[in-house]
Ligand binder design. Sequence first.
Ligand code: BG6
Length: 474
Amino acid sequence: RLPDDHVIVICGATGDLARRKLLPGLFHLANAGLLPTRYRIVGTAPAADALGDEEFREHARQAVAEFGRAAPEGPSWRSFVETLSFGAADPGDPAPLLAAVQEAERAVGGSTRRLFHLAVPPVAFGSVVTMLGATGLSDGARVIVEKPFGTDLASARALNDTLHAVFDESRVFRIDHFLGKESVDNILALRFANGLFEPVWNRDHISHVQIDVPESIDIQGRARFFEGTGTFRDMIVTHLFQLLGFVAMEPPPRLDARSLREEKTKVFRSLRTLDPANVVRGQYEGYRDEPGVAPGSDTETFAALRVEIDNWRWAGVPFHLRSGKALAEGRHMVTLTFRQPPLRMFPATAPDGTTPRPGTLAIDFDDPGRITVRFLAKEPGPDMRLGRAEMVFDYAGSFAQEHTLEAYEHLILEAMLGDQSLFTSAEGIDRLWEVSEPLLKDPPPVEPYPKGSWGPDSIHRLVRPHHWYLPDGR
Ligand code: BG6
């Protein structure tokens, strides 16, 4: 499956995302033989940041040297770097970009597809999209859009209106890089390729679900971005809700983009509007001393919430979501807890006084990922004692990893192929902001938590009678 011949335009080509992810990612796709037979990559930025073609190639070389998986050298680098050119564009003067795109299309020859990757800050978004429309550059083109996709319902709707005035929804690829992770895709395989798991994937057998993305890093000097955003907008309404969509969706009739997006949107439609009383916002101690943070800042660096999905599959099964900065560990976990069997034939407590914990299925989607089933087994010996046992599937140990794509690589490839399965939809995003409105309007005050902890203590009352799992299943 190779994409059609392409001209890929990186808007914001001198920025951080292009340097860290897009240029190294494109070079990796080239090395993996996954780019089209013929393609050109055009970088663009406002005239104030313009580079010449050679300067852009050098910029790409440095980016790949610093962040790429293979060194920028040898024949593969030489043929890749030849495809790069640069054309500046300001809303009032798009001529250099137009010329560069036309030149690139001539070089590719025949019929080419255009793909714009908008790696630009939110303030520039509207003017870039409008410029692409006004110049006709958008004709027949696809567009990749980065998060944040709005900051609330009204701004997300305004962004979608701006976008849809130029690109219809079938040509819009909104990136949520979590959806490009291998083991998130694997949730679909686990659920729908096996007869074993899906029959128990519902309220009859599952008592609660935890979606947990703690990060050990702090804001890493990104105060300007973070102060206006906070963990709820940065992580929950985006990545964690998208994961929830994959975990909770009904089996789609087919594994195509339309069916998958429809099923995910149905989950979002069933999501109960957030009650601020079911949310804990935290802020790590010392955050207000970070350079660029306001002394009395109310921005949350941590959010934990209990959400409910009001449909037949999940009614009464709470979903516990947590993410935050400067926590004890950086992990990506989804844990489903099974109900206790209807009849308890075993002692409620083990001889050492502990209560055997119910069985769980934990999906760890740190790349390369792992799935652990924890259950009770008889400890050897004359007495009937129960101990916790584990079955582990480890991606790294089970499959060769040489074809693994990083999230960005995977998603850029899917956008070139025109497959929207792993991209978010206008309707889905709209609904997620809609359920978030009460929280955004009336957020509970932030509670301090020590760096290196698992968040403020009050998170425990949120999930009673259940409790939070640590990544090792405790
Ligand atoms: C980004 C957020 O979208 O995701 C960051 O803006 C966060 O704040 C990052 O650190 C986490 O991504 P990953 O793939 O490293 O877990």
